[in-house]
Design a protein around this ligand. Structure first.
Ligand SMILES: *[C@@H]1O[C@H](CO)[C@@H](O)[C@H](O)[C@H]1NC(C)=O
Length: 284
């Protein structure tokens, strides 16, 4: 499964930049440590949401808004197609003025998060949890419904490198990604944390009734997961080992609405905030 390979390093630089763009005040402490002379701009053809490196340090891999996952191959070659979901075709999925991504994405897919150690796990907002092997190409959909309820808005993913269990979030059972504003406006709380077992293909729901979950990194010592939630602007901790296993508890209050969350290398987490807390009231 590639699960036993060394833990991948995930890029946090873009997340820092995201946070800086939208949260200049709150993230000021980060600015002082960011050395722009050591950064490189890798232009992408379409909007992207997540980046991941593999166990060998290759990449990054990045999901883009037309449904593809691209791989960076260095300055000479640049970005190449790496993976896509079923039903992707470049003719139908290349967005234009007449056919914007909001129209094509439910058919073409929209990868929101990636995890690569050998196999690449992709959470696609529309297609669900997918996996593609080392050579890339068309990904296989592993999960697109749980307990009879379709996954309408699959979001974050991480893999427990000890047990190979794949943890992923569904942001809502009612709204799709293109209706993401409704998730917050309606105060929808049908988000779920789910677990896929690659040995049996079983899917379980360790935690349901979460408001707009995203995330979902596993901790350094493999004991808990951190789930971002928009209710209202916080991180949750879901224990998977130890005396509190299966319990979910508040972990941190945030000054804004969280998107992706990544581990840093010292036991902490980077959180990308896309909006300040007071900008998006829950009650409409
Ligand atoms: C794992 O780390 C968390 C904090 O990051 C800590 O609360 C917990 O005690 C640790 N557990 C073990 C078994 O190391």
């Amino acid at each position: 499964m590639g699960c036993s390979m060394s833990r991948l390093a995930k890029a946090t630089i873009s997340l820092v930049i995201l946070a800086l763009l939208f949260m200049p005040g709150a993230m000021a402490a980060v600015v002082a440590n960011f050395d722009a002379s050591r950064s490189q701009h890798l232009p992408l053809p379409h909007g992207y949401l997540s980046v991941a490196f593999d166990g060998q340090g290759h990449g990054p891999y990045s999901g883009v808004s037309d449904g593809r996952v691209l791989k960076w191959n260095g300055n000479k070659i640049g970005w190449t197609n790496y993976a896509h979901g079923p039903d992707y075709s470049s003719e139908a999925c290349t967005a234009s003025k007449l056919c914007p991504e909001t129209v094509t994405e439910s058919h073409c897919g929209r990868p929101l998060d990636l995890h690569k150690t050998g196999n690449l796990y992709i959470t696609d907002a529309y297609k669900g949890l997918m996996r593609v092997g080392l050579a890339g190409g068309e990904a296989t959909v592993l999960v697109n419904q749980v307990d009879g309820a379709p996954l309408r808005f699959t979001n974050g993913v991480d893999v427990d490198q000890i047990t190979c269990q794949v943890y992923f979030t569904g942001s809502s059972m009612n709204y799709q990604r293109s209706q993401h504003e409704m998730v917050t406006k309606a105060g929808d709380s049908t988000g779920r944390l789910m677990r896929y077992d690659p040995w049996t293909n079983d899917v379980t729901t360790p935690q349901s009734k979460i408001t707009y979950p995203n995330g979902v990194p596993i901790s350094h010592n493999w004991t808990h997961l951190v789930v971002a939630s928009a209710d209202p602007c916080k991180l949750l901790r879901h224990w998977i080992k130890g005396p509190n296993a299966r319990k979910t508890e508040p972990f941190a209050d945030l000054p804004g609405y969280p998107d992706n969350v990544r581990q840093d290398r010292r036991g902490g987490y980077w959180v990308a905030l896309h909006r300040e807390k007071n900008e998006l009231p829950f009650e409409f």
